[in-house]
Design a protein around this ligand. Structure first.
Ligand code: PMT
Length: 325
């Protein structure tokens, strides 16, 4: 078999795996609602005036996907991600004039809520008498800012929030988003910060009821989640600008893995981060550079997402300009 045929066969295999993943996934309960909200959001931003027609739209994915072990799920495998990266980046993208589709794991960090305490409802408010509640003085500025900025982003059509919990929901919604951005062309960006499961239990081979511990140790074979990055890039949103993330705990292999992901999935940029230092530094890998981006309070960069988003916006502009030539 020559190289061309071998590549064709690999692609056909991957497509068959992806097809079978979607065919066997439990259907989304709210797909009609999601698709209506998406369509409306994209239309508003397509018609909005931006540089060179239409506003730029970025899909930010955030938080970890779960893998249920039972159909009536009691137990599940989780992927680590607090959602801080995605939520913070969303705020900077909105500030830079982008409309953001924030695809997030239910219960993880939300845009504009960073300065609120972890348990905001209980700590932010106090009862003045039996029937009146007011914001505690300590938090009143933070709450006012969060409400104002969040409301402005939503009302101006700059923020659409869609949530997922399982890997099945995440990938189905991601596909819907990608397909809905086709009219945006190069104005669309994907910023894939979610931590996505690599292994899962196929729905049809999953126990329906809670697995019983009386049966002794549990042996379970997990199937591999087909990597969707290549079809996302090549088939679902071929003109968009793509940023994926690479997370490792061993810094010695991090950059090499990021370079491989860049080449294999034809990403425009890969953001490499190491678990323990992810809030201080990331390295942005492109086909010709490795750019270190650091949090630097002295330069007004309170968090690493601020300079990171600035860099990505610049590169996205260059990408759009070069496609116009
Ligand atoms: O949320 P925080 O606590 O702030 O942390 C942020 C973060 C560390 C989670 C984030 O910066 C990050 O690195 N996210 C990606 C983590 C990850 O899943 O890395 P990975 O090496 O497993 O996957 C690499 C890429 O492939 C990801 O962009 C992912 O979207 C994609 N993927 C992964 C698995 C899979 N089956 N299909 C995919 O498409």
């Amino acid at each position: 078999m020559d190289l061309g045929n071998a590549l064709e066969a690999t692609r056909a295999n991957l497509n068959a795996e992806i097809e079978s993943f979607f065919n066997s996934a439990p259907p989304l309960k709210n797909s009609v609602d999601i698709s209506e909200r998406l369509e409306k959001f994209i239309k508003i931003n397509e018609l909005a005036s931006g540089n060179g027609g239409g506003r730029r739209v970025v899909c930010v994915t955030s938080g970890g996907t779960t893998v249920p072990l039972e159909q009536r799920c009691v137990r599940y495998i989780d992927n680590f991600s607090s959602g801080h990266r995605g939520a913070t980046s969303t705020e900077y993208f909105v500030k830079a004039g982008y409309a953001v589709i924030f695809l997030y794991r239910r219960g993880t960090c939300q845009p504009y809520c960073r300065s609120l305490p972890d348990d905001p409802l209980l700590e932010c408010f106090e009862l003045t008498d039996e029937s009146n509640i007011k914001v505690h003085e300590l938090y009143s500025e933070a709450v006012k800012k969060a409400i104002t900025e969040h409301r402005a982003a939503v009302q101006e059509g700059l923020l659409l929030k869609l949530h997922f919990t399982t890997i099945f929901e995440y990938l189905q919604i991601l596909r819907m988003i990608a397909l809905s951005t086709s009219n945006l062309g190069q104005n669309a960006m994907f910023y894939l910060a979610a931590a996505v499961s690599d292994f899962y239990v196929p729905w049809q081979s999953m126990a329906e009821h809670k697995i019983q511990s009386a049966s002794g140790p549990l042996n379970m074979e997990l199937a591999q989640v087909p990597k969707m990055l290549s079809v996302l890039r090549q088939d679902w949103a071929p003109k968009a600008f793509f940023i994926s993330f690479k997370l490792e705990t061993d810094s010695k292999i991090l950059l090499q893995k990021a370079v491989s992901a860049l080449e294999k999935y034809k990403m425009n940029m890969v953001v490499a981060n190491e678990l323990s230092s992810r809030k201080e530094e990331v390295v942005v890998v492109t086909s010709s550079e490795k750019i270190s981006v650091r949090r630097n309070k002295d330069r007004g960069f309170e968090d690493v997402e601020n300079p990171l988003v600035q860099l990505l916006v610049e590169r996205h502009s260059a990408y759009i300009e070069s496609s116009d030539l």
